[in-house]
Design a protein around this ligand. Structure first.
Ligand code: NAP
Length: 255
């Protein structure tokens, strides 16, 4: 019987892990997606889409499917699902590991104003009308309703209607990875004066930070939320080693 692993997806690492485990007969993995992205690229591997119904629902799912291990490969800003994973792991006594990708470091030439959360970002842009590039995801846009005086270019994965609360907003629907030359062209083309970003640490979206540095533009950088203290690894290789150790400790499952 193979080792059953539930991967909570939402990042590139989750997809890579799912592929790696699918090609290893010792594992039987399922990757789960929230289903928020309308243009979700469905993987070839075993997957499911949709919420579980809170921590209790996730615990029931883990129990019913007999998973031996849980991997939280969700985005650094997806607070609720990471909290639910920690509770469900405790309720079901299932080992849990989170992939904690390193945050982007502030480098020489970076002009960052670091804020604790998205709600603090509008004040950091300042009162005077500016040309703002918003790359904080669809669900965080409402926080900018308090600053309708700016002109916004909002990048989202799904094409969305420009928010009514922001009369001077345009939406750019695009999925990474983005190249440095394209990001420079975008910032220069729209004469962007300031960029707002979450510090996701995602390599595929780092070019905008490099482009802002190269052009001397300020960035409002939203810090990550504090997540539950669980076992953490930095990357997919770390999860694979953790799983190997776990299998050795638990022995090959018999049911
Ligand atoms: P969230 O606030 O932490 O989660 C909201 C709810 O969505 C959860 O309570 C859960 O519903 C469901 N959910 C989240 N991830 C799931 C998964 N992998 N499988 C099944 N259900 C899941 O998350 P969010 O910030 O809205 O993000 C939603 C998804 O998009 C996450 O998977 C995240 O990794 C990904 N994402 C988020 C961001 C971001 O900036 N927040 C950026 C890129 C990707 P139930 O309580 O019903 O189980």
């Amino acid at each position: 019987m193979s080792f059953r692993v539930l991967i909570l997806g939402g990042t590139a690492e989750g997809r890579v892990l799912s592929e790696r485990l699918a090609s290893d007969a010792r594992y039987d993995a399922l990757i789960s997606f929230a289903g928020r992205t309308e243009r979700l690229e469905r993987p070839r591997e075993n997957h499911r889409i949709g919420g579980f119904g809170g921590a209790e629902g996730l615990a029931a799912f883990v129990r019913a499917s007999g998973f031996h291990a849980l991997v939280d490969a969700t985005h650094a800003f997806a607070e609720r699902i990471s909290a639910n994973a920690a509770v469900a792991a405790r309720l079901t006594r299932t080992p849990l590991v989170r992939i904690e990708r390193a945050a982007w470091p502030k480098l020489s030439g970076d002009r960052w104003t670091i804020v604790a959360n998205v709600n603090e970002a509008p004040a950091a842009i300042g009162d005077a009308p500016r040309r703002v590039f918003l790359t904080i995801g669809r669900t965080a846009i409402d926080a900018f309703a308090v600053a309708p005086q700016h002109r916004y270019w909002i990048r989202t994965v799904d094409p969305i209607e420009p928010p009514k609360a922001l009369p001077r907003a345009e939406v750019i629907a695009a999925r990474g990875p983005f190249s440095l030359s394209d990001e420079m062209a975008l910032l220069e083309g729209h004469r962007i004066e300031i960029l707002v970003s979450k510090n996701s640490g995602t390599p595929a979206t780092y070019a905008k930070i490099e482009a802002a540095r190269a052009l001397g533009l300020p960035v409002v950088m939203v810090q990550r939320p504090a997540l539950p203290e669980v076992t953490q690894v930095g990357d997919v290789e770390g999860v694979l080693s953790w799983l190997e150790k776990l299998r050795a400790e638990l022995g090959t499952p018999s049911s």
